[in-house]
Structure formats: structure tokens, C-alpha cells
Design a protein around this ligand. Structure first.
Ligand SMILES: [Zn+2]
Length: 138
């Protein structure tokens, strides 16, 4: 991981897409282009795939009749992909912290669409009417 910098969306998506399944470089290029909404050039992807390969985060395997090479994540590459996912999860947590409400009945987390109900003079938050009614019976 020392020689790998994930300093662009193209690089991040390369790793995350290969986490889903092994694929050919061209397929990866097409998928990333579709996600970022512009044509991504081979010069943005293949050199990075080589960096990943030199750092043993991906490996090449042959497949198909034309024997084209498929890239797949190695065990180390999978760790890097999980690290990215955890980073995004933390980012989402931070951006929603203070905005997330918790249902007083079922404890599920809510970012919008909750309902409020006065219970013994206290305004409580519920995810749905069913939870609000069930809470009164508790
Ligand atoms: Zn609930």
C-alpha cells in the first residue's frame, strides 16, 4: 500500500469496482466513465492498474476465448477496498451526526420522514405510526 495513492475518484472506483468482481481493463474503463459521467482515458486507468499490480493489490488472470486478461483483487487488495468502504462509512456518519434521530420504540436510525408524538408531555420521535402506537402500549 506504500506506493499506492488513492488521490482521485478514478483510482477509488477502480479498486471498488474490482471488489465486486474481476474484470478486463476496458470493461473497468467503461464502467468508471459511466459513473463519473465523462470519458475516462486509458491513460488514467492502465498506469494505475500497473501500480496496483506492482504492489500486489491486484493480479491478472486469463479468461474467455480471446484469452483477455482480467484484473482481480488479491487478499491485500481486498483489505484496501474495505478500508475505502470504511472511510466512506465514517464520512457518512460524520456528515449525518447530529441529524440522525432514533425511533423511541424500535431504535432504528432515521435521517428523515419520522413522526413526532407527545408522550406524557414529552415530544418523542418514531419511525412510523405503528411504532408510535406500540410505544403507548409499553
Ligand atoms: Zn420504530
Amino acid at each position: 500500500m506504500a506506493g499506492v495513492k488513492l488521490n482521485s475518484l478514478v483510482k477509488v472506483y477502480s479498486v471498488l469496482l474490482l471488489r465486486k468482481r474481476p474484470m478486463h481493463g476496458y470493461e473497468l474503463l467503461k464502467l468508471i466513465s459511466a459513473i463519473v459521467g465523462r470519458r475516462v482515458s486509458a491513460g488514467n486507468v492502465y498506469p494505475f492498474l500497473n501500480v496496483l499490480r506492482r504492489n500486489r493489490l491486484i493480479a491478472l488472470s486469463s479468461s474467455g476465448k480471446r484469452d483477455r486478461k482480467e484484473y482481480r483483487l488479491t487478499a491485500s487488495g481486498l483489505k484496501v477496498a474495505r478500508g475505502i468502504e470504511n472511510g466512506f462509512a465514517e464520512l457518512v456518519d460524520v456528515s449525518f451526526s447530529g441529524k440522525v434521530r432514533v425511533c423511541a420504540h424500535c431504535s432504528c436510525k432515521l435521517v428523515s420522514g419520522w413522526c413526532k408524538k407527545l408522550v406524557n408531555g414529552e415530544e418523542l420521535i418514531f419511525c412510523c405510526r405503528r411504532c408510535a402506537l406500540a410505544y403507548r402500549r409499553d
